[in-house]
Design a protein around this ligand. Sequence first.
Ligand SMILES: Cc1cc2nc3c(=O)[nH]c(=O)nc-3n(C[C@H](O)[C@H](O)[C@H](O)COP(=O)(O)O)c2cc1C
Length: 350
Amino acid sequence: MLVQDAQEPQGVDEWVACLTYKSTATATPRARDIDALAGRARARNRSLDVTGMLLFEDGCFLQTLEGPPQAVAQLWSSIQRDERHDHIEVLSEHMAASRLFSDWDLLLEGRFGDLPDQRARAANTPPAVAEHVARLVELALNADDLALGTVMADLAEQGWTSDAILSLLIEPAARALGDAWLDDQCSELDLTIGLSMLQLAGHAVRYIPSAQSIRNSRYRVLLATAPGEKHMLGTTLLADQFLAGGWQVDMAFPESEEALTNQMNAQHPDAVDIGLSDAMPRQHALEQLRSTIEHSRLILAEHPTVVSVGGRLFAEAAATALSVGADHARKGLAGTSVRLAELVRQNRKG
Ligand SMILES: Cc1cc2nc3c(=O)[nH]c(=O)nc-3n(C[C@H](O)[C@H](O)[C@H](O)COP(=O)(O)O)c2cc1C
């Protein structure tokens, strides 16, 4: 997230509670009813330091609330009692190191009488978000970098944080490109160009570095693709985030395990992140990754290093960090620098 990543890494006590639910409207609200609801909710949420989004479409609400646990609990108890909706179903409830939405509270409001393309709908993805993802995929496949840049600028203007753009749009778009290739809907060249386009788009959403975060520079991270991995989207986008967080960043795109472990040996980073493709599942790469991590640990035995892994495989929770011997598997790019800073701190204490 823009502001938090640019400051000191957060402590666990500053984590936010994050709740997403869907529900059914008991009566069809008119656009002005929704506007009134959103207006009142906006004021109350702002006073409670709660951010998030509310969507209404097709008779259903979908809402994410994030903020101090007590504030979210207080709102949640009001919302659950509200007779304007029923069939309330919690989709996810967790603590997070950073917010997905900026201090614009009810960011996305549903559209009325104008349903978006059904094809763009994925399970539990708000339609407005799925629409953005479909648009990014289309522009990436057409290598339309100018239009992509404009979309990014518009989203930033609407209040989307860089973390929200990464986790809700760019990472799902990369996976959609991978699926298009697996389904023979595009060539490998299209996939490669599409991923480079997403990379450009991701860089356009700059994390804002602050003078303070540069002064606080303490930790060193090596951001590497897994040996032989051609897709470098996640690894390059992480560099922006770590630099903004005040880290010293080294990058590696090694062809072999030896090249990677040599670089680790020369640099002794506090943390290393090894990324598999964000587009393709790469199940077959797990065994190799496990061996790479085992060898890295031997080489870095004198200098305890936090090892993080990422990529589509881990985002979809098909594999855990433990299965490859890593300390951390990132579900996505957002918040990685904050999480690794915490792990490095624990590592140094322990
Ligand atoms: C789908 C839905 C979402 C709502 N979201 C919020 C919200 O984010 N913030 C808020 O203050 N009220 C929200 N409300 C309104 C609350 O349910 C409630 O009416 C309002 O907070 C007043 O609460 P009180 O009756 O406990 O004082 C929402 C209502 C509905 C039906």
